[in-house]
Write a protein that binds this ligand. Structure first.
Ligand SMILES: Nc1nc2c(ncn2[C@@H]2O[C@H](COP(=O)(O)OP(=O)(O)OP(=O)(O)O)[C@@H](O)[C@H]2O)c(=O)[nH]1
Ligand SMILES: [Mg+2]
Ligand SMILES: [Zn+2]
Length: 368
């Protein structure tokens, strides 16, 4: 029933689909309008909305306070689909958020154990890594764990290829630590690799990475226009310099969106299976250990120890895996583990059901 309406919907180029239309039925009956959150700042947000009369897309400023929540993970975020009361006075208000299919959640900076959503409902997490600085493999592994945990597909983009001669070597090294993820080398300056990158993207893409990695430059290249400000001067050491300060959703002309985010100095993990997915090679080895509960320390027949011994698994990677696992376990012991697991299960079910042709989505507005 909804397929024709959602196909014709002006927001379908930006991710509006049958599932969301189904879920929205309840809100539509209440006279609310669907909108895509393109930017959030302190109790307000910018929304991409189709005019109910003309169907024309426009950006509207709205009050998000009605959906504020003590848990920051549940607060509105760039990429969220919202139910909006456009007629509210003195300004439109966000009344509810639709269920997220995916979300990048990191632990907030500092010692607290709260989560923070960097982007919602994305299909691809693009991890930008500058070739101009020495690549930090541990940092890339950390970003990959974050990306896998989101439920979206991770993609590593090595940027600024024009500045180095050894891009191929670095590319090879990064591929080895990114099982299951695509790795691309690009230059926004010379356009090298940009066609392949464009071909790899569909739907919504969130860009994450360190400050100065070239995220906003890539956003502009993908958008074909200068939407984001980029760093004026190039320097390898950008400590303390953050050009992008908000998470911003940019609609692309041919459909799809890119979410540019501020550079991350600290990327704390927020639990879940992301680490194991990012280190699928180690998980695969562990399955070959003689004992199911092998601790990979001193047991006989340990496939992980054997791989460390013969060098197929570098000690650096093993240490990195153990470190991220410890961090994840810490978070699981601190945060409300049951809720986190529930949330995870829900996303997984939703993304699985999205692959099927017909999937009635349940909706329980009381949950919000
Ligand atoms: N030579 C070269 N320079 C690039 C390329 N891409 C980006 N840069 C430069 O790298 C610097 C940083 O780029 P930005 O796009 O601002 O980096 P960012 O990741 O958005 O940084 P934050 O917003 O601080 O997180 C700018 O001076 C860009 O001009 C490239 O492909 N080649
Ligand atoms: Mg930027
Ligand atoms: Zn073992």
């Amino acid at each position: 029933m909804t397929s024709n309406t959602s196909l014709a919907h002006p927001l379908s180029a930006y991710g509006w689909n049958d599932d969301r239309a189904d879920e929205f039925t309840y809100f539509a009956e209440a006279g609310l309008t669907p909108a895509l959150i393109s930017r959030v700042d302190r109790g307000r947000c910018d929304l991409l909305v189709a005019d109910p009369d003309t169907g024309e897309l426009r950006t509207v400023r709205a009050d998000t306070r009605p959906v504020g929540d003590p848990d920051p993970v549940k607060c509105p975020c760039t990429g969220d689909w919202a139910a909006v009361d456009l007629a509210a006075q003195p300004m439109p208000t966000v009344t509810a958020l639709l269920d997220r299919t995916t979300a990048i959640v990191r632990k907030t900076a500092g010692g607290r154990s709260d989560g923070q959503v960097l982007a919602a409902n994305i299909d691809t997490v693009m991890i930008a890594v500058s070739l101009a600085a020495d690549p930090d493999l541990g940092r890339i592994e950390r970003f990959l764990a974050l990306a896998w945990e989101s439920g979206a597909a991770p993609l590593v983009v090595l940027t600024k290829a024009d500045l180095v001669d050894d891009a191929d070597f670095i590319h090879e090294d990064v591929e080895k630590i990114a099982p299951g993820a695509t790795v691309l080398t690009v230059s926004a300056e010379t356009d090298e690799g940009m066609d392949v990158l464009r071909a790899c993207l569909h739907g919504a893409t969130a860009l994450v990475g360190q400050s100065g990695a070239g995220k906003s430059t890539l956003t502009n290249a993908l958008a074909g226009r200068r939407v984001m400000a980029v760093q004026e001067t190039r320097s390898v050491d950008e400590k303390g310099r953050h050009t992008t300060t908000t998470r911003e959703l940019v609609p692309l002309e041919g459909g799809g969106v890119v979410i540019d985010t501020p550079g991350l100095r600290e990327v704390g993990l927020y639990g879940g299976e992301g680490v194991d997915l990012a280190f699928a090679d180690i998980a695969g080895l562990a399955e070959q250990c003689r004992f199911d509960d092998c601790s990979h320390r001193s047991e006989p027949g340990c496939a992980v120890a054997a791989a460390l011994e013969d060098g197929t698994l570098p000690q650096r990677r093993m240490d990195s895996y153990l470190k991220l696992r410890r961090e994840n376990d810490w978070i699981a012991s601190r945060s409300d583990a049951r809720l986190a697991a529930e949330r995870l299960r829900k996303w997984k079910t939703v993304s699985k059901s999205m692959r099927g042709p017909n999937n009635p989505t349940r909706h329980d507005p009381a949950r919000r």
